[in-house]
Design a protein around this ligand. Structure first.
Ligand code: SAM
Length: 230
């Protein structure tokens, strides 16, 4: 490759790197100001984002909860979701402003995810995916259930809920999931994320097709056999 061909590529790489440092800086600053709400020192890495958007494809409607500076949002849009089919609920005002600038055409509600039901009018119908980066372990048991019931109400019957967790289990206990007829499965483990993260999928127990698919996902993901494109 000639020097003239390499120059734009190098420039692009530096631009990407600078953008990524800037996002990390903003996220870290957000964490310093409100550690308990932000819940992580750094935004998720690409491996988490890839797992979180598994199955997302053009034509689906997505709700993203707790988008931070938009690592997972970028992956959702890159999977082919139209900006008007994506609704973000982000509690942090600075992150929300940043997301609105970064993703024109996407509805960004600067709001508490516990008020999710108030914002559904931004979408043209029930969601196929709720993708959550919320620090659920820091929520009370009552808040988790309130969140879950609103997410289920927002989802189509075969819709699914994706959530990452650093603790090695889905942050809502089995008894609580059983109470709303929902089952969880492990989709995969992002070893190189800081910190390493588990990604889980929830679906309604009464949706046999989705359950079979999610079990398969859990198995392939847990074994590191990620055969699908991210
Ligand atoms: C661990 S960060 C994840 C950020 C991003 N999804 C990622 O993976 O990099 C959690 C995010 O959830 C937001 N958040 C926390 N509690 C929230 C709530 N009740 N409603 C909406 N957003 C919330 C925080 O402001 C933060 O942006």
């Amino acid at each position: 490759m000639s020097g003239a061909e390499a120059a734009p590529r190098t420039r692009r790489r530096w631009k990407d790197r600078t953008r990524s440092w800037y996002q990390h800086g903003r996220f870290f600053w957000g964490w310093l100001r409100d550690p308990l709400s932000v819940g992580a020192i750094l935004p998720s890495g690409r491996s988490v984002a890839r797992l979180m958007v598994r199955g997302v494809r053009p034509g689906v409607r997505v709700i993203e909860l707790g988008a931070g500076t938009g690592t997972v949002t970028r992956a959702i849009l890159d999977a082919g979701v139209r900006p008007e089919d994506l609704l973000i609920i982000e509690k942090n005002a600075e992150f929300s402003r940043f997301l609105s600038r970064r993703f024109p055409g996407v509805a960004v509600a600067n709001a508490d995810a516990l008020e999710l039901s108030r914002h559904l009018g931004h979408l043209s119908g029930p969601a196929d995916f709720v993708i959550s980066g919320l620090p659920l372990v820091l929520f009370s048991a009552a808040e988790r259930m309130r969140l879950l019931s609103q997410a289920l109400a927002a989802l189509a019957p075969d819709g699914v809920f994706h959530q990452f967790s650093y603790i090695g289990r889905f942050p809502i206990g089995r008894a609580q999931l059983d109470a709303v007829d929902v089952e969880s499965s492990l989709m995969g483990f992002a070893t190189f994320n800081i910190p390493p993260a588990f990604v889980y999928r929830l679906c309604r127990s009464a949706a046999p097709e989705v359950s079979r698919e999610s079990r398969l996902d859990g198995l392939t993901g847990a074994l590191g056999l990620d055969t699908r494109a991210g």
